[in-house]
Design a protein around this ligand. Structure first.
Ligand code: ATP
Ligand code: MG
Length: 393
């Protein structure tokens, strides 16, 4: 058993010793059985949140309404959730109320896929009510119970299905796939933020091409922001050579596939509720991509782009099969006299000390000196720059 479970074992034991049932559940059990990296262990128990809190010195109410308490134990945190069922999914998303129950079976029934409905006790024994072990072995994603009903309860599960396809390199069971095809429009009820999280995980998974194909084939793509009617443009995605390795690269790639004009990019990123920081990074990639497609960039253009943007743009160009002299570009960037604005030997204050007044002219002078240094026409040290400025007068 991986260390992460060994460390968490006393938490289960504490609950058991107090007379409650407790299990590891969900993603961690699935991942340990697949010999995949386990990033966090979730615990499910018959104890009520108040009872859980009494058993541990340090706890935080992270989702008390849904029965979740986060417990700190030996410098690790664990989400402990009371066995529960969900009911009244009035609006195709999240239940209206959760009801705590006294047995594990009810709790496992509410989970999305058979491979996510496995539980493990302190002895390492697996509880498997829906043949999740079989599906794990055969690499199958299958809804727990009737897929149609389950997707009506929570339409996000359709996105989760394709996300797990990509991450785990699994196939989609036929009835589950058909139910997505028949109910994709329910995705419209789901918040963009929740969809985005699954979409990004799908895009970054090792099997993203196959998953993306299913995302298109089932028409799920028609119900996410700005993708409606764009299947033809997006259909290139599954044929691409590499998987993007970063979220910003994924968005840049999608924007390029959609042949989106520059003035639309901001709106697109906003529709998907991406952060300003992500949007700015993506815009820098697109700008450099356009520039490189147009002409060999100057040293100053490489400097302005910066290392991160350059590396990301090269990655995106490779994925798109765009021929690009990536090594030469990197070599040229690495050979630049300065690689970041802050590396310039002087700053605005230096110019003010020399008698310049703050203002637009000062900024222009600073830019000019920086450009001269980047171009290798001026040495990057104070004396050389002072000499140069003196001679200008
Ligand atoms: P990851 O490795 O991405 O964390 P995970 O399976 O742990 O994968 P989570 O979103 O962390 O996914 O959810 C934990 C567990 O809760 C799942 O394994 C599943 O049993 C259950 N679950 C999560 N979201 C849903 C949902 N929308 N419908 C039903 N069950 C869900
Ligand atoms: Mg998880």
């Amino acid at each position: 058993l991986p260390n992460i479970f060994v460390k968490a074992m006393p938490v289960l034991q504490t609950l058991e010793n107090a007379g409650f049932e407790a299990y590891f559940v969900g993603g961690s059990v699935r991942d340990v059985l697949l010999h995949r990296h386990v990033h966090d262990v979730d615990i499910t128990t018959s104890a009520y949140p108040e009872e859980v809190k009494q058993l541990f010195d340090k706890s935080i109410d992270t989702g008390i309404k849904h029965g979740t308490v986060t417990v700190l134990y030996n410098n690790e945190s664990y989400e402990i959730t009371t066995f529960r069922t969900e009911s009244g999914y009035q609006d195709f998303r999240r239940p209206d109320h959760v009801t705590f129950v006294q047995n594990l079976d009810e709790d496992l029934k509410r989970r999305d896929f058979t491979i996510n409905a496995l539980a493990m006790n302190t002895k390492g024994e697996i509880v498997d009510l829906f043949n999740g072990l079989d599906d794990l072995e055969h690499h199958i994603i299958r809804a727990v119970g009737d897929p149609e009903t389950r997707f009506h309860e929570d339409a996000l599960r359709m996105m989760r299905a394709v996300r797990f396809m990509s991450q785990l390199e699994f196939k989609l069971e036929e009835k589950t796939r058909q139910a997505i095809k028949d109910n994709h429009q329910l995705l419209k009820k789901i918040s963009v933020e929740r969809i985005r999280e699954e979409f990004v995980k799908m895009g970054l998974g090792t099997n993203s091409r196959q998953a993306f194909q299913v995302f298109l084939d089932t028409q799920l793509s028609e119900d996410v922001p700005d993708f409606a009617g764009k299947k033809e443009l997006l259909s290139i995605y599954p044929k691409l050579q590499f998987s993007p390795t970063m979220e910003t690269n994924l968005w840049a790639l999608i924007i390029l596939l959609l042949k989106m004009p520059n003035e639309r990019i901001h709106g697109f990123m906003r529709d998907w509720k991406n952060s300003n920081a992500t949007t700015e990074k993506v815009e820098r990639i697109i700008n450099l991509f356009d520039l490189i497609s147009d002409h060999a960039p100057s040293d100053y253009e490489l400097f302005q782009a910066g290392e991160e943007t350059l590396v990301n743009t090269i990655d995106v160009a490779h994925i798109l099969g765009q021929p690009i002299a990536s090594e030469a570009l990197i070599d040229r960037y690495m050979a630049l006299p300065i690689k970041q604005p802050g590396e310039l030997a002087i700053d605005g204050r230096f110019l003010i000390q020399r008698g310049m007044r703050p203002g637009a002219q000062l900024g222009k002078t600073l830019n000019w000196i920086r450009a001269m240094v980047v171009a290798g026409e001026l040495e990057n040290n104070q004396e050389a720059i002072e000499d140069y400025l003196d001679n200008l007068k």
